[in-house]
Design a protein around this ligand. Structure first.
Ligand code: HEC
Length: 137
């Protein structure tokens, strides 16, 4: 059994170095991604509390050009998918109505996941658990 676990973790390490990034070697893109995850978490807390936050200091636009970890290959359509994310975040921020904002929030998360399923599965669980249950909650 142990070797299955070892193999699985080796596989995870080789398919995605994302979770192993050390602060001194952290790429521009990885640093930005971490900020985005923090943003997502704090927005979620606010939404659950019934607030509709507007401002953020995260430079989402940077995801199109930020340099990835050395040796990390981006998707051929990385720019296109990044622009899609930026658009969903703008729509989310533009929205004032709480239930609409929750809907837009989940679209943001799903756009994160669309890319991560293809290029970097490591953080999927951490991203996915922020999805809001829409009906009733
Ligand atoms: C267009 C593709 C794409 C989209 C969209 C995307 N990511 Fe990423 N993400 C990446 C890539 C590529 C990496 C690896 C970066 C590196 O190693 O330099 C990454 C890395 C990460 C990491 C790991 C950072 C680390 O090294 O610790 C987290 C967390 C993350 N993303 C969260 C998110 C969140 C949250 C969203 C949505 C708001 C998101 N990502 C949207 C491609 C994407």
């Amino acid at each position: 059994m142990w070797f299955v676990k070892t193999f699985a973790s080796l596989l995870l390490i080789t398919t995605c170095s994302c979770l192993l990034a050390q602060s001194n070697t952290e790429s521009e893109l990885a640093a930005l991604m971490k900020k985005m995850l923090l943003f997502i978490k704090s927005e979620r807390t606010a939404l659950v509390a019934g607030k509709t936050p507007k401002k953020t200091s995260v430079n989402f636009e940077g995801i199109v050009t930020a340099k990835p970890t050395e040796g990390k290959k981006l998707l051929p359509n990385h720019a296109e998918q990044s622009v899609k994310l930026i658009q969903t975040i703008k729509a989310y921020q533009f929205s004032n109505n709480l239930s609409d904002k929750k809907l837009q929030f989940n679209l943001v998360i799903n756009t994160c996941l669309d890319c991560h399923k293809q290029v970097c599965p490591g953080p999927i669980e951490a991203i996915e658990k922020n999805l809001l249950q829409l009906n009733g909650q």
